[in-house]
Ligand binder design. Structure first.
Ligand code: HEC
Length: 127
């Protein structure tokens, strides 16, 4: 494999400048982000408890829009997404892009590493 000198320097510069990216997904950091970015609208506890949004307990493996007792938008009910690491990463970066018409009023997790950390947390807490 051949790398240009500039390419190598760029890779090193990026690695030095972004320790967050270099470390990979971190559920502990995700657990810190969840209260800041999600708790306003979501609980992650058992039962029918809900806020503006549905409880995210049991989220992993659940089909979108199917938690009983929560009044979803038609968009979410018909989206037919099974929540997994992959689908959550796509959704949480740009919710309205993946589910146009969703009533989740959230622009998305845009900062580098943020979505990976939150999803790593959801994979542990949202089962
Ligand atoms: C301003 C309120 C609000 C914020 C902030 C918010 N959500 Fe939501 N979320 C909602 C609402 C409302 C819905 C239901 C959407 C619908 O029915 O279209 C929803 C739906 C969801 C769903 C689909 C659940 C299902 O049962 O299908 C997931 C997953 C989700 N949110 C994750 C998150 C995560 C993770 C965060 C934090 C990064 C977050 N949300 C931040 C309001 C919010």
């Amino acid at each position: 494999m051949t790398f240009t000198r500039q390419g190598c320097l760029l890779v090193i510069a990026v690695a030095l400048a972004s320790p967050v990216l270099a470390e990979g997904p971190d559920p502990v950091r995700g657990a810190e982000l969840f209260p800041i970015r999600c708790v306003e609208c979501h609980v992650i506890t058992d039962g029918a408890e809900k806020k503006i949004g549905p409880s995210l307990k049991g989220l992993i493996g659940r089909t979108s829009g199917t938690l009983e007792g929560y009044d979803y938008s038609d968009a979410m009910k018909t989206a037919g997404i099974v929540w997994s690491e992959q689908t959550l990463k796509t959704y949480l970066v740009a919710p309205r892009k993946m589910v146009p018409g969703t009533k989740m009023n959230f622009n998305g997790l845009k900062r580098p590493g943020e979505v990976e950390d939150v999803v790593a947390y959801l994979l542990e807490a949202g089962t």
